[in-house]
Write a protein that binds this ligand. Structure first.
Ligand code: C2O
Ligand code: CU
Length: 476
């Protein structure tokens, strides 16, 4: 069994040592893309929608005959997709059957800090946790994953991650492709490295953290997708620990970006490639003609590193990701509307506070994460401008919990289309100042912090994270 995996790996790259096996032309796309199941839920008389999630250990065969130890929620690897509606009250019942503590963080969600699932909401082995909140944000693609201090990379790489799809009326009115698994496709992209026994290699620290030599989409090796409609909506999620992708198609076709981390754009933005760093999402519409085949790939992203640093050491590779195979006859989708949703622009003149964050080495503002230290205190419902700069020639990004922000400026320029919508995570090109504007929510708790951090998981685990609390104005 072990030999089979080794041969499969070696057979693809011709040079196992060089690392990347999914280089262009080396993948045979032999496996149908796994679509994570929709998580079952029940709705109580008061309208509360409840989901049960169990973190568990299992084994998964990524290669036939090779049992890889994996973790998942309710299944062997990854977790089901949670679908929720704006305005709905949700109740999560999370149980940890792992032998170690974990948390479940709802990445991108606007919610009270105690429900956030950050490092303070630790769930011991055999313990359960029952956060609940009301969905109060636009239709979007979010995700959930563990957030244990120093253990996030390991736990995510073992398989703990899943997608969340939020719907609302504004989105429904647009008639976008929305049949899950048919024309509305979750695409969770992860790179992994397996050792000679077929086991996941995790806990890799160093420059950027782990870079896998095997691409997985929704946990599928070498995936293809049978497409039956003339437009397909891909919900791209970079669920990798470290790698930054530039998603594009092998024929360089243009696609429409319709949504970013926190919601739909004002109007579709045609483009031929989109850079996504770990944690970021993009919803794209791809047009297909009957009978054709096109490959979603990642071309080397521009990481903005100084020439002295090899971008390739930072994972700027060309990788095949997913083959789309159009049927001989395709069902026609509704015409994509030329405008999507209104988005009120947050204005710097409404900001009551400015803060700046400098990412230097693995520090933020010269500090490493300390769970006992509150770094920033912000007022409920206030608007703030956060200026963030990565001063090191290495890839970092920046994620803020509990808010979706807008980008005011990238250096001295207005944001490009892919940064012009709601975001909660943004790649930081070294030496460029990013001005972010955000409005905090109504939930206050002086004792329970939210996080901001680099979402390269090995960096986060190394302490590249800070804490903020949201308080009532009078208590500040
Ligand atoms: Cu996706 Cu603080 O995390
Ligand atoms: Cu980083």
């Amino acid at each position: 069994a072990l030999a089979a995996l080794t041969i499969a790996l070696a057979g693809c790259s011709g040079d196992r040592g060089a690392g990347v096996i999914n280089t262009v032309g080396t993948v045979d796309f032999s496996n149908p893309l796994l679509i994570p199941p929709l998580a079952p839920s029940t709705v109580a008389a008061d309208g509360t929608r409840s989901f049960d999630l169990t973190a568990q250990a299992d084994t998964t065969q990524f290669t036939p005959g090779v049992d890889t130890e994996t973790w998942g929620y309710d299944q062997g690897f990854l977790g089901p997709t949670l679908v929720m509606d704006r305005g709905e009250h949700v109740q999560m019942n999370v149980t940890n059957t792992l032998a170690e503590a974990t948390t479940v963080h709802w990445h991108g969600m606007r919610l009270p800090a105690r429900m956030d699932g950050g490092p303070h909401q630790l769930l011991a082995p055999d313990a359960s946790w029952h956060p609940d909140w009301t969905i109060d944000q636009p239709a979007s693609t979010l995700w959930y994953h563990p957030h244990v201090s120093g253990q996030t990379e390991h736990q995510v790489e073992m398989g703990l991650a899943g997608m969340i799809i939020l719907h609302d009326d504004a989105e429904r009115a647009l008639d976008l492709p929305s049949t899950y698994g048919v024309d509305d496709i979750p695409v969770m992209v992860q790179d992994r490295r397996f050792d000679e026994n077929g086991q996941m290699v995790t806990d890799v620290r160093g420059f950027i953290g782990p870079l896998g030599d095997q691409m997985l989409v929704n946990g599928t090796v070498d995936p293809f997708l049978d497409v039956t409609t003339d437009v397909v909506r891909l919900r791209l999620l970079n669920a990798s620990a470290s790698r930054v992708y530039n998603f594009a198609f092998n024929d360089e076709r243009s696609f429409d970006l319709i949504g970013t981390d926190g919601g739909l754009l004002r109007s579709p933005a045609p483009m031929t490639g989109i850079r996504l760093s770990p944690g970021e999402r993009a919803e794209v519409l791809v047009r297909m003609v009957p009978g054709e085949t096109v490959t979603l790939r990642s071309t080397p992203p521009d990481l903005g590193l100084k020439p002295t640093v090899s971008e390739q050491n930072a994972g700027a590779d060309t990788l095949d990701v997913l083959e789309l195979r159009a049927a001989g006859t395709l069902t026609a989708e509704a015409v994509t509307p030329s405008s999507l949703v209104p988005m009120q622009k947050l204005s710097a003149s409404d900001a009551s506070q400015k803060r700046s964050f400098v990412l230097n080495g693995y520090n933020i503002n010269n500090k490493l994460m300390d769970m006992g230290r509150i770094d920033e205190t912000v007022e409920a419902n206030s608007t703030e401008v956060w200026t963030v700069e990565n001063t090191m020639p290495m890839p970092h990004n920046f994620h803020v919990h509990a808010v979706q922000f807008q980008v005011l400026r990238v250096g001295s320029a207005p944001p490009p289309p892919e940064l012009a919508g709601w975001k909660d995570t943004i790649y930081l090109e070294p030496g460029v100042r990013y001005e972010l504007i955000m409005q905090f929510g109504p939930y206050t708790d002086p004792n329970s912090p939210y996080m901001y951090h680099c979402h390269l998981l090995a960096h986060e685990d190394a302490g590249m994270m800070g804490q903020f609390v949201v308080v009532k104005p009078e208590t500040q």
